[in-house]
Write a protein that binds this ligand. Structure first.
Ligand code: MNH
Length: 459
């Protein structure tokens, strides 16, 4: 007997041959034991043991998750697949508009902005940002020097937001000087929270009870636009120019006002949350693995020597610190998923037909734990990223920065910023965590450790 046609949302794949979690309920789907606060970790739990591909059903939407390295590598083939705006990203269109992260592949502004902004992310550009990054890191150090317990995720968020604001746009939130959040930051977090929550609320509930939240969202968006427009006006007043991201956009003449505003908001958001989480996870693992921290610190001492602050090249030479960061991003890729759609009808893994336009979600925390690729996947071992071991692995199985031409434009930026910060903190402090802390992962737009504190002690 033919099986009934699966109830798939528009654009989803024929899922008849793909495993799904055991306790699938009629109508609502795979929701037993899940929470809307932890969709990624729920998917990890439900997907474990189901193999390299599985589905989860949410009401009438059935999403295909890819959890294996080989399928992830196949999806990296740009001739067959392209970026897709997954529902969780599409809800951010209201905030990022046609900015790089939320642009559709077919929007001409994606290519236009990409071409304008790529020069802002070259090695030479990073060299130009280095001094400002060092200055912002010094603010963090001044705070930690005052002693006492610190909320790691909060401090890393302050560091990375301040860095992208100053480096990218010459704008300081003065976050280290404030006792309460900058209004721009509140508006940013508020609008993100609203956009994501709306993703999970039924339209009727929203219509009945969502009025005030909706109004607040509009106000938050208006405030974001106002602040950005003010920054742009100020720069224009100085005659434009400057070698930062804003300067590149204003000087190019290729981007319209609204698009520039969308890019600034996009960069302020995409340019800090993920790096903040990556730093926080790395610090967590360093605090849990004293032998790793010792080795990393010895490297910093050897490479930086007595220099008060490192030179640009001295950051790139922290090879082992970099491996710590890579390994933290393997276990907790802070942008935990990305979606890929078929460019034309094709067959995934030799078995699963995917029609043009249909899409699947790459679930990185499981891909990065694929036992076919990663021996003892749960253990924290930075030496997995030693050059010979990287070479021994297949390509495209480690993807914390996404893939293809829509991969992260800020990768080098994030790596330089995070390696500099980790080196600075390792050299200056013993990172003492509470022995009782068990890693809890909070999910918002990105992943970060929750409730993780350190008591840094000057060496
Ligand atoms: Mn980032 C795209 C991860 C840091 C700006 N980033 C992506 C994607 C991933 C990602 C994954 C692809 C998403 C998709 O396919 O839908 N990004 C990260 C991680 C870090 C990070 C894990 C830090 C660690 N990103 C940064 C920084 C910036 C930045 C820093 C800016 C300074 N990222 C972007 C932008 C895009 C992006 C912009 C969209 C690029 C495009 O589509 O053209």
């Amino acid at each position: 007997m033919a099986r009934p046609a699966p109830t798939t949302g528009a654009g989803a794949v024929d899922t008849t041959a793909i495993p799904h979690p055991r306790w699938r309920l009629p109508v609502v789907g795979d929701v037993v034991g899940t929470s809307r606060r932890t969709p990624v970790q729920d998917s990890m739990r439900l997907g474990r043991g189901l193999g390299p591909i599985f589905t989860r059903k949410f009401l009438d939407l059935e999403i295909v998750f890819v959890a294996g390295g080989a399928l992830t590598a196949e999806l990296a083939d740009e001739t067959r697949f392209a970026k897709h705006l997954a529902p969780g990203v599409e809800v951010l269109r209201g905030i990022g508009g046609d900015g790089l992260f939320t642009a559709y592949n077919h929007e001409p502004n994606w290519r236009a902005a990409h071409d304008v902004l790529v020069p802002g992310f070259t090695r030479g550009a990073m060299r130009g940002y280095h001094r400002t990054m060092v200055e912002v890191t010094a603010r963090l150090v001044a705070k930690w020097d005052r002693g006492g317990e610190v909320d790691v995720s909060a401090d890393m968020t302050t560091l990375t937001l301040e860095t992208i604001g100053r480096v990218g746009f010459g704008y300081s939130f003065e976050s280290f000087e404030r006792s309460t959040a900058h209004p721009f930051v509140s508006a940013m977090l508020g609008s993100l929270r609203y956009a994501q929550r709306r993703n999970f609320t039924f339209p009727l509930v929203r219509a009945l009870f969502g009025g005030r939240a909706e109004e607040r969202y509009r106000r938050d968006l208006a405030h974001l636009a106002e602040v950005v427009d003010e920054v742009v006006r100020a720069r224009r007043g100085e005659g434009g120019g400057g070698s930062d991201l804003l300067g590149l956009m204003l000087d190019s003449g290729a981007l319209d006002e609204v698009n520039i505003r969308n890019q600034v908001i996009t960069f302020l958001i995409a340019g800090h949350e993920t790096t903040s989480g990556a730093l926080s996870f790395a610090l967590h693992y360093l605090s849990r693995h004293p032998e790793v921290a010792e080795r990393a610190r010895a490297e910093v001492d050897a490479v930086w020597g007595a220099a008060e602050v490192p030179e640009f090249e001295q950051v790139a030479r922290l090879r082992y610190v970099r491996r710590v960061l890579d390994e933290a991003l393997r276990l907790w890729p802070t942008a935990p998923a990305y979606a890929r759609e078929a460019r034309h009808d094709t067959v995934l893994g030799g078995r699963y037909p995917v029609e043009a336009g249909q899409w699947v979600l790459v679930l990185l925390p499981l891909v990065h734990r694929d036992p076919e690729v990663w021996p003892s996947p749960e253990s924290f071992d930075p030496d997995r990223f030693a050059p010979d071991r990287v070479r021994a692995r297949p390509a495209h199985v480690y993807k914390p920065f996404g893939t293809g031409e829509r991969a992260c434009i800020g990768r080098q930026f994030a790596i330089h910023e995070a390696t500099l910060a980790l080196g600075t903190l390792l050299r200056r402090y013993d990172l003492v965590a509470s022995p009782d802390y068990r890693l809890r992962v909070a999910e918002a737009l990105t992943l970060k450790p929750e409730g993780f504190t350190l008591t840094p002690r000057r060496r």
